[in-house]
Design a protein around this ligand. Structure first.
Ligand code: ISL
Ligand code: CA
Length: 554
């Protein structure tokens, strides 16, 4: 089992990581060519977003064959080579397991569709409509009905894109098929799985309407998320697969509740080992997410601190475990959401990194975050993200938002923001490729790129490297208790990480205002890291905007 409490995990979204064969699309050989860069950064584990055969309606999250590598990413031999090269460097590998749904191009689904007596019909949710309407009023994650029409009055459940058909986990054969896929990759030497929307695999019995008294599609939150059987299925998966291979299970934890998260990951329950939670990444969005456009707002520091406290305390008290992330392929890059790129680009990138690396829980880095990549507002014609395209259309069709406004909102929140190619250098096409990439490059690659970051000792990259190094040197950062100080402070997050041997003090000004903090008693400390000027630890500390420090108390 990978030592996940002492790991730093780097997420690769392969399409935009590095192209090796001049087609403008990232690929496995591209990843292999950058393993030394990742090793040098100090990470010891990779979570690789899907690389399996897929029609790419949702860029790999719609799998048509679990046992084949997508042509544009390479071959199974390339994959085996990747596993080997990772082993040489002592870097573990988590594959993405997309098991809530398959692509509608998967042979199971095609057979179900074409053959009325197919055994595969029960692999999915096929259901008759109600008076010319879908079987129920569930809203899809990507906008519109959760149901896609098969014929006049027959539908199948598609909780995400209409080409992603939900699998019926109540069918034992489905579960066994998924376990077989897991074993196939475990035998190849992978170390575990990041499980896509795994907490959606138990749908409410009978698939009833949600809030039937209301008009229009309703988000089926508690009808499809964290159903009671998810725990049973995860226990079975643990017993039949994970435990046998000593493999790591990480849940995506889509909109997970605190109690469920703790139950999924409490070792006593023998389910999985770690989960993400969405509370930080949903900040600034409405309950329905980034397209809940009337509710978009700039989060408050109070909320940010409350969420941090809530999850840190829960882990201490309830024994569960989370992975901490600020960015991923599903959200625009965090530097613009929680930092300030206009005035405090370097400071806020570093302050937020310091936050993510000093919490209890395993820190994740999303590709390009370590060099301070930013978001790119794409013209509508350049959009690739189905969620964005469909949600904008749904806003227009269902809520009568004028298209130009809907598109503005879409450009602001689309996942494409975070999916532009990694900026390796200031050469043509940012050193990502030698031809025009599949999605637009951020023109700021001229001054935001890996090459320049490597050269400048004050760069964001070098700051991440130091943070990773510090986690290796200070056990308290990995497993120490989290104790918050001056909770009510309006700007500064202040906490200790403590174990039997040491006491660390972390101070982060989360805002663009300068702020003072006064401690009840004076501390003395050695400065371990800061993102501005070296400062002695005193009873009253004056912090500049986004200033952040780690001290070892003596
Ligand atoms: O992006 C989101 C936040 O608004 C979610 O709706 C997202 O779809 C959800 O977090 C589930 O994400 C995962 O499953 C999706 C896939 O599109 C995402 O890329 C994946 O991370 C469906 O497989
Ligand atoms: Ca390529």
């Amino acid at each position: 089992m990978i030592d996940f409490k002492h790991s730093v995990i780097y997420q690769i979204w392969p399409r935009s990581f590095k192209d090796s064969n001049h087609d403008g699309i990232g690929d496995i050989q591209g990843i292999i060519s950058k393993l030394d860069y990742l090793k040098e950064l100090g990470i010891n584990c990779i979570w690789l977003s899907p690389i399996y055969a897929s029609p790419n309606d949702d860029y790999g999250y719609d799998i048509s064959d679990y046992y084949r590598i997508a042509l544009e990413y390479g071959t199974m031999e390339d994959f085996d080579e990747l596993v080997l090269e990772l082993k040489k460097r002592n870097i573990s590998l988590l594959m993405d397991l997309v098991a809530n749904h398959t692509s509608t191009k998967h042979t199971w689904f095609l057979d179900a569709l074409n053959n009325p007596s197919s055994i595969y019909r029960d692999y999915y949710y096929f259901k008759e409509g109600k008076n010319g309407n879908p079987p129920n009023n569930w809203l899809s994650f990507f906008g519109g009905s959760s149901w896609t029409k098969e014929s006049d009055n027959s539908y199948y459940l598609t909780s995400f894109a209409p080409t992603q058909a939900d699998l019926n986990w109540k069918n034992e054969n489905v579960r066994n098929e998924i376990y077989k896929v897991m074993e196939f990759y475990l035998k190849k030497g992978v170390d575990g799985f990041r499980m896509d929307v795994i907490n959606c695999i138990d749908k409410k019995e009978g698939l009833p309407d949600k809030n039937p008294e209301k008009k229009g599609y309703q988000f089926p939150d508690d009808y499809i998320l964290n159903g009671p059987l998810v725990h049973e299925y995860l226990k079975e998966m643990n017993e039949k697969v994970l435990s046998k291979y000593d493999a790591l299970g990480l849940a995506e934890g889509c909109l997970v509740t605190l109690d469920d998260a703790m139950n999924y990951t409490n070792p006593a329950n023998k389910e999985i080992h770690m989960t993400f939670h969405f509370d930080i990444s949903m900040l600034g969005y409405g309950k329905l997410g980034k397209y809940d456009f009337r509710k978009l707002y700039r989060h408050t520091t109070k909320e940010f601190k409350e969420i941090t406290r809530k999850w840190q305390t829960a882990m201490m008290e309830k024994g569960g475990y989370v992975g901490n992330f600020l960015s991923n392929h599903d959200n625009k890059r965090h530097i613009e959401r929680f930092g300030n790129i206009q005035l405090y680009y370097l400071e806020s990138a570093k302050a937020l990194a310091l936050y993510n690396f000093t919490l209890y829980g395993t820190p994740f880095i999303y590709q390009g975050e370590e060099i301070g990549m930013t978001n790119l507002k794409l013209d509508y014609k350049d959009w690739k993200d189905f969620e964005a395209i469909n949600s904008v259309q749904a806003m227009h069709d269902m809520l009568h938002v004028p298209l130009p406004i809907a598109k503005k909102i879409g450009a602001f929140v689309t996942r494409d923001n975070a999916r532009t190619p990694v900026q390796w250098s200031n050469e043509d096409y940012a050193g990502f490729s030698t031809v025009i990439p599949w999605i637009r490059l951020n023109p700021n690659y001229i001054y935001i790129n890996v090459q320049d970051n490597l050269r400048d000792p004050q760069s964001i990259y070098h700051f991440y490297k130091k943070l990773i190094e510090l986690r290796k040197q200070h056990e308290a950062l990995c497993t120490g208790k989290f104790i918050e100080l001056n909770k009510e402070h309006k700007h500064i997050l202040c906490f200790k990480r403590i174990n039997e041997d040491e006491e660390l003090l972390i101070l982060i000004n989360l805002t663009k205002q300068a702020a003072d903090i006064t401690f009840d008693k004076p501390f003395h400390g050695i400065e371990l890291l800061h993102n501005g000027l070296d400062k002695e630890l005193q009873k009253v500390m004056k912090l500049a905007p986004f200033e952040a420090h780690i001290y070892q108390i003596i």
